[in-house]
Design a protein around this ligand. Structure first.
Ligand SMILES: [Zn+2]
Length: 367
């Protein structure tokens, strides 16, 4: 009796201690997959393919019957699900999708430039540094949420970035950071690479360099990231995709749609991999966003502060602690400066900056 009582007291005491532990101790077994999709518009995410663009011969080279078969339906729900089946069948039920402006749910970039390097810098740093005003900007020495996480107990050496584009590596201060950052044409290194990793390394050297010297294709990034997750079990991985932006600048609407359809499938496969691995299962969140939007009508190909609407973006997220609210219907304004603090909070950390004002945690995602 006495022994049982003592045990009960012990359990009671332990419960009090656990409830008073700082958030990071309770949550730091959590993992995160952060995905960036360069210049993918909210219009296609929420509406599916756009009829006028899909039928304009100037913007398409694929056979018209095929592209209408692949991407068109008169019903908007079918149409968007045809384009991004995983997003609409899974994320829209189990997670949260922000940015449908038809419903007044607005997501915007806050930087004044509306292009790629400033967009990435803002999203990962959690603030706008107006000095970052060019895609040729030098190494970004500002703090970012990946660097911050890499400095935390249990996360040090377990944060990685695999990116499609050389400046995306500069944004992570690749030359000075201690986290693993892999940029175009660099092999993933290791003493015991798996066969899958060796193949991913090889692929990037034999794949056609159709995007120029500074950028590799999404399937190469996918192969490198997936094999790295399997072999190294990073707790936080940032995967940076970019074909969407390239095809859009080319004015190739059918290729742009085909790429997002493939990215949706890659994201599904990453999620299935995560949920099949006890290291990650039920303790890993995903957060997905672009770096900027694009124009409308014929200006869909372009973006930048002179292209109206190209500051309009979106956000998708799901994970064990994220409420399944689906497509967000509340009227609100979100900025991509809010992602860094939200990512940190989901892992149990408070992300802040002494020098800059960091965007607030998104309350529906992480509070
Ligand atoms: Zn971009």
């Amino acid at each position: 009796m006495h022994f049982t009582l003592k045990r009960l007291w012990c359990i009671f005491f332990l419960c009090i201690c656990v409830s008073k532990l700082p958030a990071q101790i309770q949550a730091n077994d959590q993992n995160m997959v952060i995905i960036l999709i360069d210049g993918y518009r909210w219009q296609e995410l929420f509406h599916g393919a756009e009829w006028n663009l899909l039928n304009n011969p100037k913007f398409n080279s694929m056979d018209s019957l095929k592209r209408i078969h692949d991407f068109w339906s008169d019903d908007i729900n079918n149409r968007r699900e045809k384009l991004m089946p995983f997003t609409w069948k899974y994320i829209a039920k189990k997670g949260q999708l922000y940015g449908n402006r038809d419903l007044g749910n607005n997501v915007n970039v806050q930087n004044p430039y509306w292009f790629s390097y400033p967009g990435r810098a803002e999203a990962l740093s959690g603030f706008v540094d107006t000095a970052i005003n060019s895609n040729n900007y030098k190494d970004n020495e500002n703090m970012n949420v990946l660097e911050f996480l890499n400095q935390q107990n249990n996360y040090h050496g377990k944060v990685a970035g695999i990116v499609c584009w050389v400046p995306a590596g500069k944004n992570l201060n690749k030359d000075k950071t201690t986290m693993m950052v892999n940029i175009p044409w660099e092999d993933v290194h290791g003493t015991q690479l798996t066969q899958e990793q060796i193949l991913a390394n090889e692929l990037q050297h034999i794949a056609p360099r159709i995007l120029g010297d500074g950028e590799r294709l999404d399937f190469e990034v996918y192969a490198l990231a997936k094999s790295y997750i399997n072999a190294n079990h990073p707790k936080v991985i940032y995967i940076d995709f970019g074909d969407t932006d390239e095809y859009a600048h080319e004015g190739a609407y059918d290729k742009y749609l085909e790429d997002i359809h493939h990215l949706d499938a890659m994201i599904e496969k990453l999620w299935l991999l995560i949920q099949a691995d006890p290291f990650y299962k039920d303790k890993t969140s995903f957060i997905i966003f672009p770096d900027h939007g694009r124009g409308v009508g014929d200006a869909w190909t372009d973006h930048g502060s002179d292209v109206m609407h190209s500051n309009e973006t979106w956000l998708a997220t799901w994970g064990p602690a994220i409420k399944p609210l689906g497509e967000m219907k509340t009227k609100e304004q979100i900025f991509q400066t809010q992602y860094a603090a939200t990512i940190a909070q989901l892992l149990g950390f408070k992300y802040n900056s002494l020098l800059h004002k960091v965007g607030k945690v998104l309350p529906q995602v992480a509070e």
